[in-house]
Write a protein that binds this ligand. Structure first.
Ligand SMILES: C[S@@+](CC[C@H](N)C(=O)[O-])C[C@H]1O[C@@H](n2cnc3c(N)ncnc32)[C@H](O)[C@@H]1O
Length: 269
């Protein structure tokens, strides 16, 4: 029996993943035929060639689910990861019952976090920034597609340069680049060769973006309260906690993802 064979679990899991992927590819091909006509088998053959060249499935499909929203994804921005969905839960917890006011997201990429917050909190206003104009064009497309562009303002700029000095937010969130330069070389080629390096690589330690973000977060939070929620690499919990404490946050905790790895830091003041 398959289940008795060593490695059968892995084989079973990859067989399942392959059949799910095939169904997604079929659906994308059907949609493409519906939009532009043409031959479904030729479209599927094109998808297969792209996958064989190593391109991520999500870019080939052109869309990917993030929480409640189907988002357009392409090589202008990082593919939103399943674990990143949890940062939205942490943000909702921090906002509590009052899900109104203004939230800032630094480094929005495809707009996944900002769009989800606006979609799930109809009274919330979100300012979402990125240093990549290409990523912001993709985010804009996703916001317009979901009718959220009236409550999410996109800004181009390097971290705090995109924020006006007199703006104040209830909460600041970010999933910044956190890979160290030498780790980037060791990444799976499906990530390293296809996703934008500027969305992944922080600098020589991987902690550089946290230094900049926490360094000025205080002055952009509403007087007397406010929180910052960031995604981190699994080995960065204590380092980012230290950065947050040094920046003046006194209630700082590391939170785990669904497989128990350190994945987020929540800092309140
Ligand atoms: C890890 S990706 C996260 C994207 C998206 N928020 C998500 O979670 O899927 C980091 C994002 O930060 C942006 N970024 C990198 N350096 C930046 C900078 N100096 N200022 C603003 N954004 C930056 C990248 O372009 C990228 O979109």
């Amino acid at each position: 029996m398959l289940a008795d064979t060593p490695g059968a679990r892995t084989e079973g899991a990859s067989f399942y993943a392959a059949s799910v992927a095939q169904r997604w590819l079929e659906r994308a091909a059907n949609e493409e035929v519906g939009r532009h006509g043409g031959s479904k088998s030729a479209i599927l053959a094109g998808y297969r060639r792209r996958l064989d060249a190593g391109e991520p499935l999500q870019y080939v499909l052109g869309s990917w689910q993030f929480r409640w929203l189907e988002l357009h994804v392409d090589d202008r921005a990082l593919i939103p990861r399943p674990e990143t969905e949890l940062i939205v839960d942490l943000i909702l917890t921090e906002l509590g019952d009052n899900r109104s006011g203004k939230v800032l997201e630094l480094g929005t990429g495809s707009g996944a976090i900002a769009a989800s917050l606006a979609f799930e909190c109809p009274d919330l206003l979100v300012v979402a920034t990125d240093s990549s104009a290409d990523a912001l064009a993709l985010a804009e497309m996703n916001l317009v597609n979901h009718g959220l562009d009236d409550r999410v303002t996109l800004r181009l700029g390097d971290w705090w340069e995109a924020v006006d000095s007199d703006e104040r937010f209830r909460l600041i969130c970010s999933n910044p680049p956190y890979i160290a330069e030498d780790e980037w070389l060791k990444l799976d080629p499906v990530v390293r060769d296809w996703e934008p390096p500027g969305a992944l690589v922080a600098g020589s330690t991987g902690l550089e973006c946290y230094q900049v973000i926490f360094g000025k977060a205080h002055r952009y939070l509403e007087e007397g309260h406010g929180a910052i929620v960031v995604e981190i690499g699994a080995s960065q919990g204590s380092d980012v906690q230290r950065i947050a404490v040094a920046a003046g946050f006194d209630d700082v905790s590391v939170k785990q993802d669904l497989v128990g790895r350190d994945r987020f830091v929540v800092a309140r003041r």
